[in-house]
Design a protein around this ligand. Structure first.
Ligand SMILES: CC(C)(COP(=O)(O)OP(=O)(O)OC[C@H]1O[C@@H](n2cnc3c(N)ncnc32)[C@H](O)[C@@H]1OP(=O)(O)O)[C@@H](O)C(=O)NCCC(=O)NCCS
Length: 150
């Protein structure tokens, strides 16, 4: 499976769609256009692998409401690979690398209030909540790196 097809399958995983702030299913056409934009904008995008097979991604995207060099991060791991510390390790590595190698100075994560796994992940890695926001009508907890990453 190509990386583009792997990401398409994972973003449409019902568990991933349900925690998203835009939870409708994503079409292949929309995915291709979105993927093309990520490449052209040179946004940090990491495929997470286990035993040389893809099992997740960490991606960072600019937001027009944020200052230049500030990005919003999204992470997902396939259902069969969860609860093994993969997201924790991938998140730490991706954030360090993005700040070291790309034009990234601050990374935000927005987590839906009821996303317990994600909240634990970011408390463990980014350490501390950085406020709350309403994103597309949903209450979200914000986290920010590099202020607190261990
Ligand atoms: C959130 C997600 C990336 C975590 O991936 P993971 O590889 O299972 O995470 P880890 O194994 O590194 O665990 C990180 C922490 O979350 C906790 N956790 C993981 N899954 C959990 C669950 N279903 N319920 C409660 N806690 C959970 C772990 O116990 C760990 O905390 P601890 O060390 O304090 O015990 C994964 O569940 C996922 O892809 N979910 C769907 C997408 C998503 O929510 N993305 C985040 C929005 S940006």
């Amino acid at each position: 499976m190509t990386h583009i097809a792997f990401i398409f399958a994972l973003v449409n995983d019902p568990g991933v769609r349900s925690i998203s702030f835009h939870s409708e299913k994503i079409s292949w056409k929309t995915h291709l256009a979105w993927f093309d934009r990520q490449i052209h904008e040179n946004n940090p995008f990491y495929i997470v692998s286990f035993d040389d097979k893809p099992c997740g991604y960490v991606r960072m995207q600019r937001d027009p409401q944020l200052p230049k060099y500030e990005y919003i991060l999204t992470i997902a791991v396939t259902a069969g690979h969860r609860k093994k510390g993969i997201a924790t390790a991938a998140l730490r590595a991706a954030c360090k690398q993005a700040l070291a190698e790309q034009s990234v100075r601050k990374i935000w994560a927005m987590v839906k209030k009821d996303n317990i796994a994600s909240h634990r992940l970011f408390i463990k890695t980014f350490r501390k909540e950085a406020g709350t926001q309403i994103v597309n009508g949903h209450a979200a907890t914000c986290f920010v790196y590099p202020d607190y990453l261990e």
